[in-house]
Design a protein around this ligand. Structure first.
Ligand code: PLP
Length: 415
């Protein structure tokens, strides 16, 4: 049966964990409790094996050769693009551009589309909770075009202030770029509403879906977003591969981002005719193995089923919230109604870095610091950093018990 249609009924965690060999590792003599999933997820055997299988059986350059290996590699590469198209429900595979990841996709849009539409005196809107990947490219664009960058404010719960957002839009607004799910707060933003409002003013919207892709079903046709970017490595796939979705009408109108092989149709000494979509945006030899194995990661997620993943992760989050509420001296940063399975916190009086280092001694992997959202943590929340525990469906209740016990130990050692 097609992996697409064979969702399991519910996740058997013990069995699924066996598909992730790294979860058997010990750190400081303890089984690893991996809570840094928002930075990168662990990889199942199907993904790990698909990488060596590619190199063992069909390694060759794509779109160039007439020999069998090249044809097989090209077919696998394009099959994966089609899988991704279906995964996010895009209209055509020409709208699916393979990139290095979310950062690469956003930079592509900022450099190409941004330069086309943003001029002197214009405005771009992002939010106060953006990852540096969805902030610095726009800062740079606005600086070079003498345009203004505006930030949708965030309330104390870590939610976008939508009334403020509505008042920020005017005839100078040329583009809105917003994160779907915050990597530091876990907030799921009302992205459909943002797109609807923006479109009522004919303003295009880019969605940073880096943290949405691992946790929820993305449907670009229903969302009606203009661009959407995500990374393979956060959704159980390899590093160095990602996707930029763009509406065909935009991608057609945009100049190439990089120039060279693959992205051309014909070249003379005098000029070049660019290739059709999506190849116009895929200059040079791509990450062929990464692109093909991203398709394997899509298969894996579809086998589990979005609903199963969501339900499991919400149970883990509820368990963690309950335990955290009993510990005391903990402040959770990001208490939005609609959240993914992530808790950002500080223990009052203890630097996040100290908490993270001690937890590592117990085999517990959390992230500490600004999480690539320095303005949000430092300027908006006035903190030196947070500790972030981000859960994936393969985490267990017992691991979260260990996290809570670890936090109690940190408190007893340092307070
Ligand atoms: N946007 C968000 C919300 C993220 O969480 C991340 C990575 O942490 C990125 C963008 C950048 O992703 P990548 O480093 O894979 O390009």
């Amino acid at each position: 049966m097609d992996a697409h249609t064979s969702n399991i009924e519910s996740i058997d965690i013990t069995k699924i964990r066996e598909e992730f060999p790294i979860l058997l590792r010990k750190i400081s003599g303890q089984p690893i409790a991996y809570f840094d999933n928002a930075a990168t997820s662990q990889k199942p055997l199907s993904v790990i094996n698909a990488i060596s299988e590619y190199y063992e059986t069909i390694n060759s350059n794509v779109h160039r050769g007439i020999h069998t290996l090249s044809e097989e590699a090209t077919e696998a590469y394009e099959n994966s693009r089609e899988k991704v198209r279906r995964f996010i429900n895009a209209q055509s595979s020409g709208e699916i551009v393979f990139t290095k990841g979310t950062t690469d996709g956003i930079n592509l849009v900022a450099s190409s589309f941004g330069t086309n539409v943003v001029g002197e005196g214009d405005e771009v809107i992002i939010s106060e909770m953006e990852h540096h990947s969805n902030l610095v490219p726009w800062q740079n664009l606005c600086e070079s075009r003498r345009a203004k960058l505006k930030y949708i404010p965030v309330n104390d719960k870590g939610e976008l202030m939508m009334d403020e957002f509505r008042t920020m839009i005017n005839e100078k607004t040329k583009l809105i770029s917003v994160v779907y799910v915050s990597n530091s707060l876990g907030t799921v933003n009302p992205i459909s509403e943002i797109i609807e409002i923006a479109h009522s003013f004919n303003i295009p919207v880019l969605v940073d879906a880096a943290q949405a892709a691992p946790h929820m079903k993305i449907d670009v046709s229903t969302l009606d977003c203009d661009f959407l970017a995500f990374s393979g490595h956060k959704m159980y796939g390899p590093t160095g591969i990602g996707i930029l979705y763009g509406k065909e009408k935009h991608l057609e109108s945009m100049p190439p981002y990089q120039f060279g092989g693959e992205m051309i149709k014909s070249v003379t000494y005098d000029n070049t005719v660019f290739n059709v979509l999506p190849y116009k945006f895929e200059a040079g030899t791509p990450n062929i193995a990464g692109a093909i194995v991203l398709g394997t990661a899509v298969d894996f997620m579809e086998r589990l089923g979005h609903e199963n993943i969501h339900n499991r992760e919400m149970e883990l989050l509820a368990h963690a919230n309950k335990l955290f509420s009993e510990i005391g001296d903990i402040r959770i940063i990001g208490t939005a109604e609609n959240k993914t399975s992530l808790i950002s916190f500080i223990i009052n009086g203890i630097h996040p870095y100290d908490t993270g280092s001690i937890l590592d001694n117990f085999g517990i992997a959390v992230r500490t610091g600004f999480h690539c959202t320095q303005p949000l943590i430092e300027q908006r929340f006035k903190l030196p950093g947070t500790v972030r525990a981000s859960f994936a469906f393969y985490n267990t209740f017992e691991e979260i018990d260990r996290l809570a016990a670890g936090i109690r130990k940190v408190k007893s050692m340092l307070l």
